[in-house]
Design a protein around this ligand. Structure first.
Ligand SMILES: [Zn+2]
Length: 267
């Protein structure tokens, strides 16, 4: 079914706040209100034991705030880096790799045969294996921050989930309530965010960035959680920031097994 794919989108957060620091701590899997059980495709993916992403160089191109053309020329080489890094990683995990397609749009429009989700800055369409990025002024205005990189790396994370069988495992999960389904969806989303952090961590040394730039992204992420939406599908801001940070520190997917985390970590 493709309807749920509409939810796979990263919501853009704008306001950075210094007041919402704090990191969720790992809870034992037994504290999960809705345990995923023995769904090996999710809980035991070979990605988790495939080691760190290759430490590689992926220097950023300068972006002129507000310029769509300039944002495109930022994303294109970044996309190449993502292809190379994840191709190498999947090879280590012995999972066949294929590249996703990449499409830019400048205003919300139908994509992958569906209406553009409200507030989405990017989407990934599993059945089309396509990343669609909305390069509107909302995103290009803050293109100097790491936010644009995070959006692309997050959507790429969904592609990794798709080609590694995680997406299919998710599709096959059963749920007894909307609340249980929402938690499953958050595990999927938070894992994509963790994969984004893993990639950023693996290229960090080649970026001309400071710790403040990273903290700014974490702060913005904390402000972009479900607290701002009616939909409970991406997680609380502090949890999104936590999984982003976990991936970043590990610089690999080993830290990204959201499927065995306690419920508080994926709330
Ligand atoms: Zn997503």
């Amino acid at each position: 079914m493709i309807t749920r794919k509409l939810s796979i989108a990263l919501f853009a957060g704008l306001l950075a706040s210094p007041f919402l620091a704090g990191t969720a701590h790992a809870a034992p899997a037994s504290l999960a209100a809705y345990p995923i059980g023995n769904t090996a495709a999710l809980t035991k993916s070979p990605l988790y034991t495939s080691g760190g992403l290759p430490r590689s160089s992926c220097p950023e191109r300068a972006v002129t705030p507000g310029s769509v053309a300039s944002a495109k020329s930022y994303v294109t080489p970044l996309f190449t880096c993502l292809n190379e890094s994840w191709a190498a990683q999947l090879k280590k995990a012995r999972i066949p790799f294929s590249k996703p397609r990449l499409q830019f749009i400048s205003r919300p429009q139908r994509a992958c045969g569906q209406k553009w989700p409200t507030h989405a800055q990017g989407i990934y369409c599993p059945s089309y294996r396509r990343i669609v990025v909305l390069l509107d002024k909302h995103l290009t205005r803050q293109a100097e921050d790491l936010f644009l990189m995070d959006v692309i790396a997050h959507e790429y994370g969904h592609h990794v989930q798709n080609i590694s069988g995680i997406e299919r495992g998710f599709d096959r999960l059963r749920h007894r309530s909307k609340t249980e389904y929402d938690e499953q969806l958050r595990r999927l989303e938070l894992q994509a965010e963790c994969f984004a952090g893993a990639f950023i961590g693996s290229v960090w040394d080649s970026l001309d960035r400071t710790a403040d730039d990273w903290d700014f992204l974490l702060d913005a992420t904390r402000e972009s959680g479900d607290e701002n939406n009616k939909v409970r599908d991406h997680g609380k801001g502090r949890n999104i920031a936590n999984w982003l940070s976990r991936g970043y520190k590990a610089a690999g997917p080993a830290a990204c097994n959201t499927w065995v985390a306690g419920s508080a970590m994926v709330a």
